[in-house]
Design a protein around this ligand. Sequence first.
Ligand SMILES: O=C[C@H](O)COP(=O)(O)O
Length: 274
Amino acid sequence: MTSNVPATAAAPLRPDSKTAAAVALRCLDLTSLRDDDTTASIQALAARAATPHGAPAALCIHAPFVAVARAALHAHGLDGVRVATVVNFPHGQGRPDEVVHDIEAARAAGADEIDMVFPWRALLAGDRQAGSTLVAAARRACDVGPKPACLKVILETGELREPRHIREAAEIAAAQGADFLKTSTGKVAVHATPEAAACLLDVIRAHGGRRVGLKVSGGLANVEDVQTYLALAAETFGPDGLTPDRLRFGASSLLTSLLAVLDGRAAGAPAAGY
Ligand SMILES: O=C[C@H](O)COP(=O)(O)O
């Protein structure tokens, strides 16, 4: 991202709202994970991805709608928009064989990306192996075939609460092959926070293996939220590293705010230090 404000030696400044909205749109996983989703509602979601300012990175929907989403995106000329779905969602308590089966089925239906909930309750109970075993199995399932699926691991940071638990879960997920560390399901009381995102970015910086990205999700409603996370992410990825292969925003109610700023119908907050 070529921010409109010079980065300082101390830390990059928050981008202005229009810059933030443009980056967030490119990095958006446009999401609907409602229990009452229907073919029609997912088709409507796909139609929303065709904006005058460009398309989001992905659609994130429940597994039964993967084929519907793929067909609807195609109908709108959006074959470049990825289809993501969730597994072990939202509670993170599935058996590895069940989760692997669900990943295989989602990929067979056309899913490009898998957002999998980490067994965070097991970790809080002192069981590190459960998360390591599950992420490793999911990585293997995502790597089958000529085009590996992107694996995003949902850590549920709002339930892990303490930085030491968030870091421990993030380190396990990164070590076992996660492509992205994702904050939240959006289904618990505490969603993404800047503090949790900072913990995940610390782990990403320290991780020596494959490149790992950050997905901020849960409760994102306006451009001001995005500006905070962009400033944090730029410290790790650099201002030009805020791209969909490293950063995502998972949100079901952010697009309207982004388009309002991009259309000039909403001012949003100016650039500022954070
Ligand atoms: O990315 C997945 C989340 O469910 C999105 O959360 P949200 O519905 O609060 O935007």
